[in-house]
Design a protein around this ligand. Structure first.
Ligand SMILES: [Zn+2]
Length: 217
């Protein structure tokens, strides 16, 4: 069976669960408009799916994905990055989410490209990736400065974590985000998912480090 038909088979299982096994809950859900309390900004990477990782149901997470889970800085009047800006605006002003999570992950191809490329390289006109990942180049610069003696693998991992923090800082510049933060109705979080181990880490602002969200004993 090819991958497209596997999707259709998966949908059949979904439909069976929603329409037959759980029909009352489905009708109840279908009658409602969406009102998620959480927005997750994740990478497009196929191994990182917030709904699967958190066992969230339909309507529970407002998700936007892009290469390397980047939030660009707010640009008044310029609107270069309309997709992510519109998603953030909609989540905060219309859905009034209580949490926005930027979710980074290990083995991120976008961050590896950022760490591997030479700033002096002139990117071809059709190279979208180069310009996009450079939005978080300050994460790369910090890692290259502080961890120049580490190997590329380790530098990439730290850059993945730092990149999420750069995006959080950028998020705070959006006027509706800043307003919601000031009014105490929004919290921002950075998560880091280890694709190899399945561990999920969250950034702790007080300790200035990522910690496992579930402590193992
Ligand atoms: Zn990624």
């Amino acid at each position: 069976m090819d991958s497209y038909h596997e999707l259709i088979e998966g949908y059949k299982a979904f439909r069976d669960k929603y329409l037959h096994q759980d029909i009352d809950a489905y009708r109840r859900w279908a009658a409602m408009t969406q009102s998620p309390k959480v927005m997750i900004i994740g990478c497009s990477d196929s191994r990182v799916n917030p709904a699967i990782l958190t066992h969230a149901g339909l309507g529970e997470i407002f998700v936007t994905n892009n290469v390397a889970n980047i939030v660009p800085p707010f640009e008044a009047g310029r609107h270069s990055h309309t997709s992510i800006g519109a998603a953030v605006q909609f989540a905060v002003t219309r859905l009034k989410v209580s949490h926005i999570i930027v979710m980074a992950h290990s083995g991120c191809g976008g961050i590896r490209a950022l760490m591997s490329q030479d700033y002096n390289d002139e990117a071809p006109d059709d190279d979208y990736i180069h310009g996009w990942i450079n939005v978080v180049k300050e994460a790369k610069e910090a890692v290259k400065y502080a961890m120049s003696d580490r190997d590329l693998e380790e530098q990439c991992q730290i850059c993945e974590m730092e990149g999420a923090l750069v995006s959080l800082t950028n998020l705070m510049q959006y006027p509706y985000v800043r307003e919601a933060l000031e009014e105490g109705r929004l919290d921002l979080h950075a998560w880091y998912f280890h694709t190899e181990s399945g561990e999920l880490l969250a950034y702790n602002y007080e300790e200035k480090r990522y910690r496992r969200v579930v402590q193992t004993h």
